[in-house]
Design a protein around this ligand. Structure first.
Ligand code: GUN
Length: 295
């Protein structure tokens, strides 16, 4: 079998265009653009690239992007004061503080300080709790993007066996809760799981989010399974060369799976598209503006 390649780039472009259309209607109705504030502390190269991409996507959708770059030695107090200002600013609909933060700053304290109704990353305890008990709120962008790819590929997910590998607060746990809400039978596997290959063999849907290059092998998969690869790992590829690979052995898995996301070009672009989507949803809620419920 040769798996269908799930084109996350195309899905993300389509979602961004849909959001762009809603932004245009919102601007015409309210006289202002939805606004996303992105805060970067320090100069971590990967974070700087992400923040630049987020700002670009925000502007391309017709939204206002407010970028706050603070030095690496910023105190927690200074960062919290900025979060307070953004919470109170009526032109800001979404707030994102890029993680990781420098060691002098407690991430949990900062995330908890963001107004849950502007927390478009969905990381705050209030939004995590809303997801757990089925209340409307913001869902973290990467798992939300994975769910959208799965629904586009498979339609109704109910009754399917889903295995999520990884239990992080930003991907594994919310992913498992979203799949549970979609009526999947969900298993969360992690570093202490016994006989992981056998657990994965029972899955119609596999979401790999562990950060270990090419860990999931072809012979772990049930033939025809749908595989979503969240991993982005840079590995050596010959002298002076490197390349990006996921958590799944793509070449091998493509022989067994029914459909699979590539790395890059799979989940990554959907994360940013969902951030733009969440920001539009936030602006609409705050202005009581009706948007397409399927967004
Ligand atoms: N660092 C890596 N991914 C993310 C993300 O989705 N949001 C934030 N705020 N920081 C990140």
């Amino acid at each position: 079998m040769t798996a269908r390649r799930i084109d996350g780039k195309a899905a993300a472009l389509a979602l961004r265009q849909q959001v762009g259309a809603e932004v245009a209607r919102f601007r015409a109705a309210t006289g202002r653009a939805p606004g996303l504030a992105v805060v970067l502390v320090g100069e971590d190269p990967a974070s700087s690239v992400y923040v630049r991409s987020k700002g670009k996507a925000t502007r391309e959708a017709g939204m206002e992007s407010f970028e706050h770059k603070l030095p690496a030695d910023t105190s927690q107090e200074t960062l919290l004061a900025l979060v307070d200002r953004l919470n109170a600013d009526p032109t800001v609909d979404g707030i994102l503080v890029q993680l990781p933060l420098p060691p002098q700053i407690d991430e949990n304290i900062v995330i908890t300080r963001i107004d849950p109704d502007k927390d478009v990353d969905g990381f705050s305890p209030v939004n995590a709790g809303r997801l757990a008990i089925g209340l409307p709120g913001f869902v973290a962008c990467t798992p939300l993007g994975c769910l959208k790819l799965l629904e586009a590929e498979l339609g109704d997910l109910s009754g399917k066996n889903a295995v999520v590998i990884g239990r992080s607060n930003i991907v594994g746990k919310p992913m498992a809760l979203l799949l549970l809400s979609a009526s999947c039978t969900v298993t969360i596997a992690h570093s202490r799981t016994r006989d992981l290959p056998e657990v994965v063999r029972g899955a119609d849907i596999v979401v790999a989010a562990v950060g270990r290059p090419e860990m999931v092998k072809a012979d772990w998969l049930k033939p025809g399974a749908t595989v979503i690869d969240v991993g982005i790992n840079r590995i050596e590829a010959g002298p002076g060369n490197s390349k990006l690979v996921g958590d799944v052995d793509f070449a091998g898995a493509s022989e067994v799976a029914g459909a699979i996301t590539p790395v890059p070009g799979g989940v990554g672009p959907m994360t940013i598209a969902c951030l733009i989507r969440n920001t539009m949803v936030s602006a609409a809620r705050r202005e009581r503006f009706e948007i397409d419920p399927a967004l």
